[in-house]
Design a protein around this ligand. Structure first.
Ligand code: KG4
Ligand code: ZN
Length: 340
């Protein structure tokens, strides 16, 4: 007797572009598992150390894949394709995930799907409901990225604006470092800001178009604190909550004023948020308020799908799988670029 049931598309997805080693299993576009091994060791250095990250990926990758298969209840033999992050990211980190994906695909004779990490952050919105309607705008904000993307279709996207220097998450982390907070400082600034008032006015950079700049903010804060502590040595301790609220307020207003400009220019009212900084309570609240004023429908995925994760790689891989977009065993990682 022959079985005419179609074989489900069971994709094993691998993400290793920065400091999180992640594996996920996606069956017919549904996330069955999404496992992440984070590398806390970078806290000791106040930032991600590329050499340390690639060594940790090497140690973590097999256990993480094993855990992803087990928690999905899937045997290795049931996998029908392997998706992996090809770039952008740290080269040493990308090499670990790419090499693993190639070896797995070769040993089970499976098709390989290369995925662009930035495209995957956007398509993370399709890992759960409600899914955004096309066309939509996505503001992707994390420790390494700040972009406004116009999304016409699953695999048809255009970068409308991006940072010309630091990413939004870096702005939180670097200003937090100046204040003597630990790494990553974003969540700590968020926490202190809740008890404070944004009464210190840091400048908003005059950058034309839809691009962003955050490096001036860092310098402004450095000089402001230097002047204030010269007059009052315990200024930071005495005013920490208000300083954090002011930093957060400025980063959020920089992001949202460009997002509003992009929405008005394009006439698009479906607005999505992606990346680790979308955990920020000030940004979420400000997006909700602006959305209500501007008549937007807004989408913020669960945090698990906002930070770096393999589920978003698997979801993107699934859309490429449906179109038969596979790559060869000769695909090598790229460090920069939205589309490679
Ligand atoms: O997406 P993600 O986990 O990793 C990448 O950078 O790719 O984002 C991490 C970034 C860090 O810069 C961290 O400080 C920031 O997201 N972050 C936050 C918050 N939670 C994480 N920034 C502000 N407020 C938060 N609650
Ligand atoms: Zn990322």
């Amino acid at each position: 007797m022959t079985n005419n049931m179609p074989v489900p598309a069971t994709i094993l997805a691998i993400e290793s572009s920065c400091d999180d080693t992640s594996a996920a299993v996606i069956r017919d576009g549904v996330v069955l598992s999404n496992c992440v091994a984070s590398q806390d060791i970078h806290r000791l250095y106040g930032g991600v150390v590329p050499e340390v990250a690639s060594r940790a990926h090497q140690a973590n990758i097999i256990p993480v894949v094993d855990q992803a298969l087990k928690s999905a209840g899937i045997d290795k033999q049931a996998v029908t394709a392997v998706a992996f992050t090809r770039g952008p990211g740290l080269m040493g980190s990308l090499l670990v995930g790419t090499s693993f994906a190639k070896a797995f695909a070769l040993s089970f004779d499976l098709p390989l799907i290369e995925v662009n990490h930035m495209q995957a952050h956007v398509l993370a919105h399709f890992a759960e409901d409600p899914k955004p309607e096309f066309p939509f705008l996505c503001l992707t904000v994390s420790g390494g990225h700040t972009q406004i993307i116009r999304v016409n279709d699953y695999l048809d996207m255009e970068v409308l604006g991006e940072t010309i220097d630091d990413a939004a998450g870096e702005a939180f982390d670097k200003t937090g470092k100046i204040l003597g907070l630990g790494y990553p400082a974003g969540p700590l600034i968020d926490r202190h800001a809740r008890d404070g008032e944004a009464r210190f006015a840091f400048p908003e950079p005059a950058i034309p178009g839809l691009n962003f700049s955050f490096s001036g903010l860092k310098t402004a804060i450095l000089y402001f604190l230097r002047d204030q502590t010269a007059k009052q040595p315990d200024f930071v301790q005495e005013n920490l909550a208000d300083i954090c609220a002011s930093i957060q307020h400025r980063i959020v207003t920089i992001l949202l004023s460009k997002l509003r400009k992009a929405a008005r220019q394009t006439g698009i009212r479906h607005i999505a948020l992606a990346g680790g900084v979308s955990a920020n309570s000030g940004l979420r609240q400000a997006l909700a308020d602006m959305g209500a004023r501007e008549g937007w429908t807004t989408y913020v995925p669960r945090l698990e799908f906002c930070t770096d994760n393999a589920a978003m790689i698997g979801i993107t891989g699934y859309f490429k799988y449906l179109r038969g977009e596979f790559c060869g065993q000769d695909a090598s990682p790229y460090a920069r670029g939205f589309t490679g």
